[in-house]
Design a protein around this ligand. Sequence first.
Ligand code: MG
Length: 379
Amino acid sequence: MDRRNFLKVSALGAAAVAVATSPLSLSAGNKPTRKIFKPGRLNLTFEPYELQLRHAFNLAKYQRTTTPGVQVRLTCDGIVGYGEASMPPYLGESVDSVCKFLSSLDLSQFNDPFRIEDIHAYMESVAPNNRAAKASVDIALYDLLGKIMGQPWYKIWGLNPENCPNTSFTIGIDKADVVRQKVDEASPYKVIKVKMGLDNDKELVEIIRSKTDVPICVDVNQGWSNKEEALEMCHWLAERNCLFVEQPMPKEMIEETAWLRERSPLPLIADEFFQRLPDVKRASEAYDGINIKLMKSTGLHEAYQMATLARALGMKVMIGCMTETSCAVTAAAQLSPLVDYADLDGNLLIANDIFDGIKIVDGKVTIPERPGIGVELIG
Ligand code: MG
């Protein structure tokens, strides 16, 4: 489908939502009657959409200037739900693999979109993995269901938006003058996230500390391989107002990470180590918390279960995102009242966002008062 048709059909969907979100209407006899949503067949459409980055992004192992993405739309009874797959290369999915998986789905067999469990079980039965592809369908489904119910998901889950945490703003590995410029850009934020894992880790923190004393979250992206050196860094970072260390060591080094956890003054958060719901219990044996991302968890359905399980296990919970439009980031924000830390700046890193959604107000995640995942297509 071309872009013009995507926008045209989307506008029709918005009109349908306006009807669906007014649950009470008056009959001829002025007696209030509840408008009931009429279940219909689910219709899935999708198109690739490449995300352009504002700055080249440097991580411990590579650099990139674009991120492949796929935009998804799920319609039922004239109501449109939006979803998105974002595929950073290290997760192993691509535009081709996502489109192939989505093409293989026959969601028209479902004539009730509230069968979330059945729809997820069906997607798992079609093919394993394909987590971002599954997430794109899940996000669109949650958007659709929230619009049918006329409420944003944080309300449907009974969460208090006042509990949304501050979000961090990420500063990648870069030259000193670029880091200084990025610290200036990050001034509206109350937490800075730093990517580490190269030789100049301490220098990076010193540069930031020369400009601001806001708390720093550290993401090592598996970059430390010596546990004694990792422990020394954890102590050094703790003395410089760092909040936690994310994925300090390679995900395979479980015993070494557990050793580090026993001694580190800072909590350790699992990211690359942790993908799906069964991994939460395993993560609790070596880490203090988990970083949930919709593109890993296959969407909101499992992400909500992960957050509640991790809390029950006494773990810290972080909600993160990939580099993606406001569509997937705002969907993730619906969970943010449940978490300790938010890293929801993925939409701010791209130059061609097509959605309006999450806002950061005074450093804090602010969820829009819109039904579903809370986004509006702005083209
Ligand atoms: Mg990470």
